[in-house]
Design a protein around this ligand. Structure first.
Ligand code: URA
Length: 237
């Protein structure tokens, strides 16, 4: 439980610098439990606090844990150069909270992307020690053969990698689609593994992280949601 003044609360939630938040409050743009509050010094208990800014309601969240269904042609980098960044798909104030993608998907990869402003969570999820499996569906240029599946399961050698990398699971879904499960997250790993095994990845979708499936989240491309405690508990090895 912790109490804070309204200006500090808005600042912590990403609504801008303290001075800006004080102005918003003085101008009557902020309400708490249906009551307009114009004194920025008023203190509120932050746990479960619901407040409105410009008539839009928000729940106070100490940290943000978000799942996005990433569309093609969005970049995960902090300073996107050729396409818009994934942060542009979230409410503007989240970018003032240092929300970052947890790991990266290529600009042309779609699917489940976690985002958060909790450094410990980001580190735990992206650490190679976490062994959290990621499930991808790759569309291949050449047909998926038994030989391709066995090469990916047996391990393929990639440039700059000391040891061969193998898929944990690899299943042919149809003539040109393959489900591949990895526990590492090396640069362009699926595409490079497919190339090393003699095929080419034409499209890639991340369908699952740990036990959390994109399908269960029912997000259209470009949509996002907060993760519940139950959903967070599925992000395990
Ligand atoms: N592997 C890739 O090649 N690209 C991604 O975006 C994710 C995994």
């Amino acid at each position: 439980m912790s109490k804070s003044t309204l200006d500090r609360i808005l600042q912590a939630q990403g609504f801008g610098a303290r001075k800006w938040c004080r102005n918003l409050i003085a101008e009557g743009e902020v309400s708490v439990a249906g009551e307009t509050v114009t004194d920025y010094r008023r203190e509120f208990e932050t746990d479960q606090l619901v407040f409105s800014v410009y008539d839009e309601e928000w729940l106070y969240r100490e940290h943000l844990y978000i799942a996005l269904n990433k569309p093609v042609d969005y970049e995960c980098s902090r300073k996107p150069s050729h396409h818009p960044g994934v942060l542009s798909l979230l409410p503007e104030q989240f970018s003032h909270r240092d929300v970052q993608p947890v790991g990266r998907l290529d600009h042309d990869t779609t699917g489940l992307l976690l985002m958060s402003d909790d450094g410990a969570f980001i580190h735990a999820q992206s650490s190679p020690k976490s062994h959290i499996p990621k499930v991808y569906v790759a569309t291949t240029h050449a047909p998926v053969t038994d030989e391709l599946v066995s090469k990916l399961l047996g391990g393929v050698k990639l440039n700059d990698e000391p040891a061969p990398l193998a898929a944990l699971v690899c299943n042919r879904l149809d003539e040109h689609r393959l489900e591949i499960v990895l526990e590492q997250g090396k640069y362009h790993q699926v595409k490079r593994m497919l190339a090393a095994a003699g095929n080419h990845c034409e499209a890639l979708n991340r369908a699952q992280i740990g036990q959390l499936t994109l399908a269960a989240l029912e997000l259209d491309e470009g949509e996002w949601c907060y993760l519940s405690t139950e959903q967070m508990a599925l992000l395990v090895a």
